[in-house]
Design a protein around this ligand. Structure first.
Ligand code: 5GP
Ligand code: ZN
Length: 117
């Protein structure tokens, strides 16, 4: 089964010029979240459609490693994240996932609290 035709992140990956992306690799791309929850809030997503990180891990381990490497590379390039950052994979509706194309939230530029809400 292919990706849903109306997947927002598939459409962004297909349609955006590289200028809108803060980082990209063979496996993944990064862009700024449209509704940032911290001074720096990036989304890192696999180019291929998988509904969440568990599906990505099961279906394409190489792409998962590419995504995780991407998180480190993106964070290293952001001055705002030099003192640390939070990585979040909301997985499933009750966890707050609203776009069902796997993505990592990378948040920083302020002190993070624990436990998360
Ligand atoms: P989720 O709720 O699935 O964990 O995360 C989806 C994220 O995508 C949200 O933080 C939301 O602000 C972000 N988002 C939704 N639509 C767009 C968009 O069109 N562009 C960008 N850059 N981010 C978006
Ligand atoms: Zn998609």
């Amino acid at each position: 089964m292919g990706p849903p035709a109306d997947c927002l992140f598939c459409l962004i990956i297909a349609g955006r010029t590289p200028g809108h992306l803060v980082w990209q690799s063979e496996h993944a791309v990064a862009l700024r979240d449209i509704n940032p929850q911290a001074p720096t809030h990036l989304l890192v997503l696999p180019r291929q459609h998988h509904r969440d990180v568990a599906a990505l891990a099961a279906d394409d381990p190489d792409a998962l490693v590419g995504l995780l490497r991407g998180i480190g590379e993106v964070a290293a390039a952001q001055e705002d994240l030099r003192n640390g950052y939070r990585v979040v994979f909301n997985t499933g509706a009750e966890a707050g996932q609203s776009v069902f194309h796997c993505h990592a939230h990378v948040l920083g530029g302020r002190a993070m609290t624990w436990p998360p809400g």
